[in-house]
Design a protein around this ligand. Structure first.
Ligand SMILES: [Zn+2]
Length: 279
């Protein structure tokens, strides 16, 4: 049971997938230094691959079930295993019909996947029958123009986001704003233009669900190591540094879906460095 309670909010990690990634593809300018400094990073010696996680979070807040990001989905995609979020939800004892909101930190392929599954005719259908989908307006504007939706490599937009367009089930937000009595959006741009993290503030306790502001704990030593997926690498690095600083100074719980599963813990100072202490 990988969950944490923050005041009146319960947050549960739901593991969707465990892809192996090539650090030379993911962090091209830093890969050599990375492999030198973190020899244990490589888990598949033959293919020289590192482990990444794709974890969504089920947040029970103010009587609602809120799913933060919807993973890879069950379609076959090159470079990724299919996701298992459906199973993880079942194990958590939650039916997909009980999800009230799907909140997106951003609209990348590994964060929107289960929004839809294909029916027998091969057409995408919304997977969460009751859910409203919470999307940042700048993020929508950046990705959802027709040329980008139709572009090769962006099939996830067509399959998992476009079907929401006329569904009447999108709630748009714009940057820093409260979502409900416990959750607040924190603008964390850089990875994508409209990227947000989610602050959880309840009964004097705090947590931050960071989204893709950070992909790996080694960024604690090297906040400037922005992966190739960061659209604005320098801005992403500045955002990452700020989040690390805040988390280390006020002891809030750190929750990161790409960090080693379940990605829940604290960032603490140790011997002049910052280290992650997992739950
Ligand atoms: Zn991601």
């Amino acid at each position: 049971m990988h969950s944490v309670t923050i005041g009146n909010v319960e947050i549960r990690a739901l593991q969707d997938a465990r892809p192996l990634m090539d650090p030379r593809y993911m962090f091209p300018p830093y890969a050599d230094q990375m492999l030198d400094e973190y020899p244990d990073l490589i888990v598949d010696q033959e293919r020289q691959l590192m482990q990444l996680q794709i974890t969504s979070f089920l947040v029970r807040t103010a009587g609602k079930n809120v799913l933060i990001d919807s993973g890879l989905g069950n379609r076959k995609r090159s470079g990724f295993p299919p996701g298992n979020l459906d199973e993880a939800l079942r194990e958590a004892g939650v039916d997909r019909g009980e999800i009230d909101y799907v909140v997106h930190t951003h609209l990348h392929v590994d964060h929107v996947g289960w929004n839809t599954v294909d029916n027998e005719q091969g057409e995408p259908e919304i997977y969460f029958p009751k859910a409203r989908f919470v999307i940042q307006e700048p993020e929508w504007d950046y990705w959802m123009e027709p040329e980008k939706v139709e572009a090769p490599g962006n099939e996830h937009l067509k399959q998992c986001v476009e079907p929401l367009r006329h569904s009447g089930r999108i709630d748009f937000f714009n940057g820093e704003a409260p979502f409900d009595e416990n959750l607040t959006f924190i603008g964390t741009p850089g990875h994508t233009p409209g990227h947000v993290s989610i602050g959880v503030y309840s009964a004097g306790e705090r947590a931050v669900i960071v989204g893709d502001a950070s992909h790996h704990p080694m960024q604690l030593d090297h906040p400037d190591w922005s992966p190739a997926f960061d659209i604005e690498p320098e801005r992403a690095a500045a955002t990452r540094s700020r989040l690390f600083e805040e988390a280390a100074s006020d002891g809030q719980t750190w929750i990161a879906g790409h960090w080693p599963y379940p990605g829940i813990g604290r960032i603490v100072p140790l011997n002049g460095k910052r280290v992650f202490q997992g739950l």
